[in-house]
Design a protein around this ligand. Sequence first.
Ligand SMILES: *Cc1c(COP(=O)(O)O)cnc(C)c1O
Length: 418
Amino acid sequence: MHHFKYRNNRLYCESVDIETIAEEVGTPFYLYSYKTLIDHYRKIRDAFKGLKPIICFSMKSNSNLSVCRALVKQGAGLDIVSGGELFKAQKIKADPRKIVYASVGKTALEIDKALRAGILFFNVESVPELIMIEKLCARLKKRAKVAIRVNPGVRADTHKYITTGTKENKFGIDENTAASIFRQREKFSHLDIVGIHIHIGSQITQREPFIKALKKASVLIRALRAQGVKIDYLNIGGGLGIIYHKERPQTAKEFAKAVVPLLKKLDVKLILEPGRFISGNSGILVTRVLYVKRSPSKNFMIVDAGMNDLMRPSLYSAYHDILPIRRSRATRRKFDVVGPICESGDFLAKERILSQSDEGDYLAAMGAGAYGFSMSSNYNARPRVAEVMVINGSYYITRNRESYEDLIRGEKIPKVLR
Ligand SMILES: *Cc1c(COP(=O)(O)O)cnc(C)c1O
């Protein structure tokens, strides 16, 4: 469900004609629908209403300040994975008591900043990290809450780069080690080890892996409680899948219906960390056709957005629907939609039946709101694109297109080379 729909064969974002934005802003750009974003946040909030969870939006899916601010204003917390995301969270005045911090490689400096900011808790991914947080707390004379990220050994049916809950993945701590950490909690005199965190991967469309992981977490929590350990929080991570192509993911309601009974029995404060579910369908990438190249063996639409702007097709063989901003009756043919980057892996779509566009026509890569801009880079010395949001019938540039000067900001040529 989203608010990018055709009216008279022109694609609109809510009530705004996208071509008008493209003419004024130039291409490529990411375009977000505020209404779609908020609707998805509310879907998950309402589905879990009975449990009053803290819904921590996963900033790595989209850390655009306006996107995050819009969600924070609705009451969302944030799931961060770096000092940079903490910095951005502070810029939008997010409530630190609704921020949780996961990452296998938190540096001492990042931990220090998060301690000073007073975040809700760290999701700890190894014993050495736990020791590091304890040491930094002692130095700052602070106490901190932590949850142990448990790797439940559950394989989710998703792309291998985005499964995180199997024993071979670098994430989390196995159940036995986790249990022994809880038993030795007195050793960490500055830490309140108060929760369990599980996050088994991303773009998971089935409910079974979630339930399996949750059951494992429940067994662990019960065993620990039987030994007198207090467990206040259960963070069940993110990972809810969305529709890119023909997926039939569970809805927020169905997901809640499956897991809430299990959660109710546990009597814990619930944390959720959805990213893609909230941001994914709320954004598109708008691009312009530069050339239509037909060869005896293949047809290409060469567009002005490349793999540096939207990496998912190259990185995960991900599918994004390609829609024309102006629908036409032109002949339909099979095309590869490719960018200008000097890599064969630079494509937005392969072997798609599309009506032939002309040079200058605009296309949209749909479902690009999650892991789109946030994964983009300056490869091929390409300035990162603008980000625009439609809110209540008007559009706002929420991030300027980078300039060529931005490309060299911070670069210095040593004297010996001059
Ligand atoms: C990436 C990530 C998320 C969000 O995943 P989605 O699939 O976007 O919902 C949540 N929690 C953690 C720890 C993550 O690393």
